[in-house]
Design a binder for this molecule. Structure first.
Ligand SMILES: *Cc1c(COP(=O)(O)O)cnc(C)c1O
Length: 380
């Protein structure tokens, strides 16, 4: 049967369509005015000086790792509880991906495990704001400062989330966002790197366009056609078409976030006191952006395994998803880097109990109720 309520989906309205059409009919399909407009809107919202729009969140991670100066033989530490892209970016630069386990009851990287993982070769740390809940950024930044590492915050889930009263974006050396359709707002595809540091900003800008620079003095002397390639960059540009959609969606970000939070609160209430079934808890100094609504289910006690629960939910029209298979357990990481089951027991236990329920701003109250009733049916 078809999934009636998916775990997530975008919300495109008539004004989004109109914004894209307007750009299609303008002089610029790419490298036009929408790119900078999108960058400055998002950067300002996140309380940070620079935003660099790129073709995806994955490209944003790659650019950030490059800007951080990560190269062959360096080590980069991230959370095993994430999408593979959070670690793949280290591999792109020839570095060795390392992982720090989660805390006992946590879902983000744990400072104690992180400290134990840092070596003289550690060049960057990539905390991931899992589900939209910022990691313990003070602890991560303190460790990074002590060991002279760059912090690249993977905020693909946490645009609009708050950490100690401030929006995510200015806490780390570099922060990356994604505008994939399931994320807080979408540009179709797209990503952005945020930073307050002008040196990093310049490296990011070069990396996005083939490592090319145009120096004003050379242009004066030689001509406006002149350019030089100084870094092994890529074409990671985001088009004006994408940015037009991103800008239009950006206007709705706060409305979308409010709706996500309202649904999460309703779920929390409905599911409180259920045995075998534990929603994630927001820390007091954090305001999650609720990218995902993840619950921990004690499948053993329940007497049903995860595939069965997912099938029974689906039979009631409720889609679900699993976030994430721990990165170190993917075949590539086992084969290339020798990781194995048991290396990060807290992440593995979290994964074994994780299930993401539908959460997206377009969900109606009736759909939220349908999910609640299906869960009660299946898990009670
Ligand atoms: C979505 C996501 C990315 C990658 O973003 P894309 O835009 O899909 O390339 C990276 N990290 C995390 C945690 C994500 O959820």
């Amino acid at each position: 049967m078809s999934i009636r309520i998916p775990y997530s989906r975008q919300w495109i309205e008539a004004d989004d369509v109109a914004a894209v059409v307007e750009t299609l009919q303008s002089d610029w399909l790419t490298q036009g005015p929408r790119v900078e407009e999108f960058e400055s809107c998002v950067a300002e919202y996140c309380g940070v000086r620079y935003g660099v729009a790129v073709s995806s969140g994955t490209a944003a991670l790659h650019a950030a790792v490059f800007a951080a100066g990560v190269g062959p033989g360096d080590e980069v530490i991230t959370s095993p509880n994430s999408f593979a892209a959070s670690a793949n970016c280290a591999v792109y630069q020839g570095a060795i991906p390392r992982f720090a386990d989660l805390g006992l009851d946590g879902f983000n990287i744990n400072a104690g495990d992180l400290a134990a993982c840092i070596t003289p070769r550690t060049k960057a740390i990539i905390p991931v704001d899992y589900s939209g809940h910022p990691a313990d950024l003070d602890e991560v930044n303190e460790l990074a400062q002590r060991h002279k590492c760059v912090v690249i915050q993977d905020a693909a889930h946490s645009l609009g989330a708050e950490y100690r009263g401030r929006k995510v974006g200015s806490q780390s050396d570099l922060t990356i966002l994604s505008f994939h359709p399931v994320k807080a707002i979408t540009a179709g595809e797209g990503g952005m790197i945020l930073t307050n540091r002008s040196d990093l900003y310049e490296r990011l800008m070069r990396f996005r366009t083939h490592g090319i620079v145009r120096h004003a003095d050379q242009i004066d002397k030689i001509g406006s056609w002149f350019y030089e390639m100084v870094d092994p960059g890529y074409n990671y540009r985001l088009s004006d078409i994408h940015c037009a959609l991103g800008l239009s969606q950006f206007k709705k970000l706060d409305r979308f976030l409010q709706r996500r939070r309202a649904i999460a609160i309703r779920y929390d209430k409905a599911f409180s006191g259920m045995e075998c079934f534990r929603p994630l808890v927001e820390k007091p100094y954090v305001k999650s952006s609720y990218h995902l609504y993840v619950v921990q289910i004690d499948f053993k006690r329940l007497g049903k395994d995860r595939p069965q629960v997912m099938r029974e939910l689906l039979a009631r029209g409720v889609g679900s998803q699993v976030h994430y298979i721990p990165i170190h357990l993917h075949p590539y990481y086992r084969e290339q880097f020798g990781y194995k089951q048991g290396d990060f027991p807290h992440a593995e236990r979290f994964y074994s109990q994780a299930l993401s329920l539908p959460l997206y701003p377009k969900m109606t109250d009736a759909e939220v109720q349908q999910v609640i009733e299906a869960v009660r049916d299946v898990v009670a």
